[in-house]
Write a protein that binds this ligand. Structure first.
Ligand SMILES: Cc1cc2nc3c(=O)[nH]c(=O)nc-3n(C[C@H](O)[C@H](O)[C@H](O)COP(=O)(O)O)c2cc1C
Ligand SMILES: Nc1ncnc2c1ncn2[C@@H]1O[C@H](COP(=O)(O)OP(=O)(O)OP(=O)(O)O)[C@@H](O)[C@H]1O
Length: 411
């Protein structure tokens, strides 16, 4: 069987700022691009089972295919955190699904809520996708079921032997485990690939270890993508390689953030560009403070938008803006090493062609291209002129009306 591209519409074209002056993408191209970015093509679960603490571990099981109900059939399990569901994760799950199809067995992905890193690490860590988004990404990749284990200290203290011989079999008999070659499972990291293989040999299951996907000789991982998003607005990124485009290449789709629309200062209207002011989810990895082109997804419409991430420098005190270009990375790759500050989580978007009230709605914002760094302007006139130029760019390249796309229910 040929490999099905998971995010087939997410090609370079829409994620590069180097458009020709007159490009307007077709509604169909925009629909595909937005739906890929927001993982809107995931099937709806047939059922969501909430299991009580099986082997002390509560779980939610999202069932997508009837095949999952055949309890006589064993299962291939892909296991991990899957933050971002980047191309490395996609390849691993694609291979697990193919493996299961070939053998006519079931296939499930297992992930943890919250991420084990949340319990193991006191530093705040921003995420590329929340758990529900990851479930949808895994469902879109074709697994029969997604098992979300409640991650507790008790689960982290479970030995890899108990995890393989008790926890997993409480969902389905284990045919195989599918893991990256660097994965370790269980208490004290003792479940290495070699240890798991030995256990599998004794208990009749296979361990399929995957070489990690490398792109440009560097492993694809969530940390690399977070770092690229944080670099997106540096002058180097603008003149040499485009870090946002690079992050999208590793993700295989465009990054998005989610936030609730709140009241701003109310001045945008008088400048000629009313904006929806969003406070992005605290845990979500927000790209570096800068001006972007993108789409704002409201119910089943994607609106072309000119977006400013971060507090507007012209109107903010140094206190408010200090450190807003960094703070997303526990490895301190861009500075402070603390969690995202409040200014970094602010985002303003002017939706082209939109009129109406968005207050208190939860919306998703996908980033197409970095347009420029944010600036402190010497005058309102200078700010207006530049922002109108940015809006014109969006109009020229992404259009000035909404495109109908799939809907995503927000809790
Ligand atoms: C596309 C876009 C780019 C922007 N760029 C900047 C900027 O570089 N510097 C800045 O101080 N504010 C920038 N802003 C924010 C505006 O200053 C802000 O929208 C305006 O002050 C209205 O704010 P309000 O909605 O809170 O009233 C930008 C806004 C948009 C929509
Ligand atoms: N680049 C990659 N290529 C193939 N498999 C990968 C890659 N990165 C992670 N995996 C595997 O996918 C599964 C889920 O990844 P998980 O998120 O748990 O691990 P990870 O290595 O911390 O990934 P990341 O750092 O990207 O978040 C694991 O089995 C992991 O080893």
């Amino acid at each position: 069987m040929t490999r099905t591209p998971l995010f087939s519409g997410a090609k370079g074209a829409l994620s590069s700022p180097n458009f020709s002056a007159s490009t307007i993408f077709s509604a169909e191209t925009i629909k595909t691009w937005v739906e890929n970015s927001l993982l809107l093509r995931a099937p709806q679960p047939l059922e969501v089972r909430k299991t009580e603490a099986k082997q002390d571990h509560a779980a939610r099981v999202y069932i997508y295919r009837k095949a999952w109900y055949d309890e006589a059939v064993p299962a291939a399990f892909g296991i991990g955190a899957f933050d971002g569901f980047h191309k490395g994760h996609q390849q691993l799950i694609h291979d697990a699904v193919q493996y299961a199809h070939t053998r006519q067995i079931r296939c499930a992905a297992v992930l943890f809520d919250p991420d084990p890193s949340v319990l193991l690490d006191s530093r705040p860590q921003s995420v590329l996708l929340d758990i529900n988004d990851r479930v949808r990404a895994l469902a879109q990749a074709g697994v029969d079921a997604v098992i979300v284990l409640s991650c507790t200290h008790a689960l982290l203290q479970t030995s890899y032997i108990d995890f393989c011989l008790q926890t997993l079999p409480s969902f389905a008999s284990v045919h195989s485990l599918h893991l990256g070659c660097n994965t370790v499972l269980g208490r004290d990291g003792k479940g290495t690939i070699d240890a798991l293989r030995e256990l599998g040999a004794q208990h009749d299951f296979e361990v399929v270890s995957h070489e990690l996907l490398h792109i440009d000789n560097t492993v694809v991982c969530a940390t690399r993508i977070r770092r690229l998003l944080a670099q997106a607005a540096t002058p180097d990124a603008l003149t040499t390689s485009d870090a946002l485009t690079e992050a999208h290449r590793l993700l295989g789709r465009a990054h998005f953030v989610r936030g609730r629309v709140q009241h701003g200062r109310g001045e945008g209207k008088s400048f000629g560009f009313p904006t929806a002011n969003l406070v992005c989810e605290a845990a979500r990895c927000v790209p570096a403070s800068a001006v972007y082109a993108g789409f704002v997804h409201v119910q089943n419409h994607a609106w072309p938008a000119a977006i400013n991430v971060g507090a507007p420098l012209t109107f903010s005190s140094d206190e408010q803006t200090r450190g807003q270009c960094c703070g997303q990375h526990k490895d301190q790759s861009c500075g402070s090493g603390k969690g995202q500050n409040n200014a970094q989580r602010l985002l303003e978007a002017h939706l082209l062609g939109f009129s109406g009230n968005l207050y208190d709605q939860t919306v998703d914002v996908s980033f197409v291209a970095l347009l420029r760094p944010s600036r402190k302007f010497p005058s309102i006139a200078a700010l207006e002129k530049t922002v109108h130029g940015n809006i014109y760019w969006v109009k020229t390249h992404l259009g000035n009306a909404a495109v109908k796309v799939g809907e995503l229910a927000h809790d």
